[in-house]
Design a protein around this ligand. Structure first.
Ligand code: XMP
Length: 513
């Protein structure tokens, strides 16, 4: 394991992912971790990530200096190089201007006969573009360290002590703008830390299968399927581990996307031969939502109804002590640290109440989303499931503004299916974070043939995003918009107009409710 020390912001996650892309397992730890805890985990290496602007800032996060004395290989990146310089006796100074963006790194010259200045730079050219973002700069490397590279504004852009196996760079090797950044990271992992590239999706699957078997023994396990990626991959993994001991429960709320229920049936019952309970609860959900227009009430009702339906299905199965959840690594990292205001009450299949008395099986808790998809592909899940865009737990209900009736669900589902089909055909489905249709509450006048119509508009919502925390409205090509408009109006009865939502998040949210 490589431990990536987190000083805040998103740097640590990106570095952890890059390490894993080099097929070395990595985990993120808080900067407050003690040297004893680090030592106990026997990491192959420690990476100090980027962080706040300055080690001189009051209250700047600093790790226990003992961590650098453990004899474990260390790689400092950006803020990390400054931490190392400060803790080992170098000098970090306000350089005057700082550096932001692209600049050129030049390696210190090795001697004619001697080795190159650093094994980190073995496989990169003597000068190349790097991405910088710092305020202070190291002006003097600590004793025993040699400076291995510089930029016009940072005389000490990299330093190292190969004896102690401590290396550090001021630039960001983890971002794509640093040419050869991944190569530098690999050189550290393979050459300095002696890691082998053995962490692959096959090894992940093998290890999870073993861990799941060890956890559940001969007991029975239940898994809620939503049709989304996470629960599908979690279920497939658990099924691979324990086969018939697993029962999956799929609740059809009547608020799913077109074809979703069939897809789940075909995949889990058909392809994987999973014991699948398919609860057809559309009437119950629509009944409970009758005449409800308030978004938060909709969410609450759906969440509660879901739990009740799930509990009943679970009760019929008898004694099932384990529940599978598709929790991902970012949820684990962020839980506890997140204190955001409640904008919407989210409902997940995972959000089952604690008093249900299940022990949790969370086979994806160490994986990032793209790794979950890779595991899904490796397990043979179909492309439509593995690459499905995120879909809210309350389903189409939060895309139908106002009250929900079977007719309105039908209109939206049909329009949504056209959006998905055309976006896929345009080759944009994976590139977009989400693309879907929304049904507002108004009606508008139109003319079709010689007839006046008074019918619903449908709104197209398509966004790009990395994590749904922020999003930008997608600049869909005009010809795609034209096809969407004419197909939706021609093919979906009750729709006479198509509009486009051009709001980013913030100030909008991705969903309309
Ligand atoms: P908003 O609309 O808040 O959505 O910008 C951010 C992301 O979360 C999804 N979303 C949900 N997912 N349960 C979920 O599992 C929910 O209740 C829920 N509400 C919104 C939304 O689709 C987007 O990807």
């Amino acid at each position: 394991t490589v431990l990536v020390v987190d000083f805040g912001a998103q740097y640590a996650q990106l570095i952890a992912r890059r390490v894993r892309e080099a097929h070395v397992y990595s985990e993120i730890v808080p900067y407050s971790i003690s040297p004893e805890e680090v030592a106990a985990r026997r990491p192959a290496a420690i990476i100090l990530s980027g962080g706040p602007k300055s080690v001189h800032q009051p209250g700047a996060p600093l790790p226990d200096p003992g961590i650098l004395q453990l004899g474990i290989p260390v790689f400092g990146i950006c803020y990390g190089i400054q931490v190392i310089a400060q803790q080992l006796g170098g000098v970090v100074d306000r350089s005057g201007r700082g550096e932001y963006g692209r600049t050129t790194l030049t390696l210190a010259a090795g001697s004619d006969a001697g080795p190159p200045p650093s094994v980190l730079f073995d496989h990169v050219p003597p000068s190349f573009d790097v991405w910088m973002s710092h305020f202070d700069a190291v002006v003097e490397a600590p004793d025993g360290f040699r400076v291995t590279a510089s930029t016009p504004d940072a005389p000490v852009a990299a330093f190292e002590d190969p004896e102690r196996r401590i290396h550090a760079v001021q630039f960001h090797p983890e971002v794509v703008h640093t040419t050869g950044g991944q190569q530098i990271l690999k050189s550290f992992l393979y050459e300095v830390a002696g890691c082998r590239p053995t962490w692959t999706m096959t090894s992940v699957i093998d290890a999870s299968v073993e861990a799941i078997r060890a956890q559940v023994g001969k007991e029975r396990v239940i898994c809620g399927l939503s049709g989304g990626v996470d629960s599908a991959v979690a279920a497939a993994l658990v099924h691979k581990a324990i086969g018939e001991q697993l029962t999956c429960v799929f609740v059809d709320t009547g608020l799913l996307r077109a074809g979703e229920a069939d897809q789940v049936e075909a995949t889990f019952r058909g392809q994987f031969d999973v014991d699948l309970v398919h609860v057809k609860a559309a009437d119950r959900f629509l009944g409970a939502l009758d005449d409800i227009a308030d978004p938060e009430r909709k969410r609450k009702i759906i969440g509660e109804t879901f739990i009740r339906v799930f509990e009943e299905a679970a009760a019929e199965l008898g004694d099932v002590p384990f529940l599978v959840q598709g929790t991902l690594y970012p949820d684990i990292i962020e839980s506890g640290t997140k204190d955001a205001a409640r904008i919407k009450s989210h409902h997940n299949v995972g959000g089952l109440p604690e008093d249900m008395q299940f022990e949790l099986v969370e086979p994806l808790r160490n994986l990032f989303k793209d790794e979950v998809r890779a595991v899904g592909e490796e397990l043979g899940l179909p492309e439509e499931i593995v690459w499905r865009q995120p879909f809210p737990g309350p389903g189409l209900a939060v895309r139908i503004v106002g009250t929900i009736t079977p007719e309105r669900v039908e209109i939206l589902r049909a329009a949504d299916a056209i959006v998905t089909e055309e976006v896929r055909r345009a080759g944009l489905y994976r590139e977009l974070w989400q693309s879907f249709a929304v049904l507002p509450v108004v009606r508008t006048v139109g003319v079709q043939g010689d007839e006046r119509t008074y019918a619903h508009p449908v709104v197209i919502r398509a966004v790009t995003s990395d994590d749904a925390m922020t999003a930008d409205w997608a600049r869909l090509p005009y010809d795609l918009l034209e096809r969407l408009s004419s197909r939706i109006i021609n093919e979906v009865p009750g729709v006479n107009r198509v509009a486009l939502d051009i709001t980013s998040k913030p100030p909008g949210t991705i969903e309309w409710e």
